[in-house]
Design a protein around this ligand. Structure first.
Ligand code: HEC
Length: 125
């Protein structure tokens, strides 16, 4: 009887603990995405690597900085998701000279946009 009670306590303690730790993980993920949904993460990196294996998180971070920096000097932030890859290629080619960015910055920016779009299309939202 004493043993049963002890087992019950251990089982309950275990359940409580595993529930608590699961909750913590979920809250963290949601919080990171809510704080800045434009910030590239490993999720966006993995989403673009099948097509562009050489892209690094550093490239995406550079692209993010340009997108939220130089690209907002004349107008507000454009929606990332309502243009096709082809249309974005055209816009980035058109806007790069206006934003006075180098070819390598332009490449980072384009990869950033594609990574954000790719991760959106594989997500469940
Ligand atoms: C020097 C000012 C300037 C900078 C810097 C600039 N843009 Fe623009 N952008 C404009 C103007 C003006 C228009 C609207 C007229 C046009 O398309 O020529 C425009 C239009 C656009 C459009 C299409 C508008 C729409 O809603 O259909 C997109 C997309 C865009 N810009 C993205 C960017 C990106 C990405 C960057 C950074 C590389 C950038 N812009 C930097 C001036 C700028």
């Amino acid at each position: 009887m004493k043993n049963l009670k002890l087992i019950a306590i251990i089982v309950i303690a275990n359940m409580t603990f595993s529930c608590t730790s699961k909750k913590t993980v979920v809250v963290k993920t949601v919080a990171a995405k809510t704080v800045n949904s434009l910030l590239p993460t490993d999720i966006e990196l993995k989403a673009i690597q099948p097509k562009y294996p050489d892209v690094t998180l550093q490239n995406l971070n550079n692209g993010y900085a340009i997108y939220t920096g130089a690209c907002t000097n004349c107008h507000g932030m454009k929606n990332l998701y309502n243009r096709s890859e082809q249309s974005w290629k055209h816009e980035v080619d058109d806007m790069a000279p206006r934003a006075e960015i180098t070819d390598s910055q332009k490449d980072d920016l384009f990869k950033y946009i594609l990574a954000m779009k790719a991760s959106r299309s594989v997500s469940t939202n």
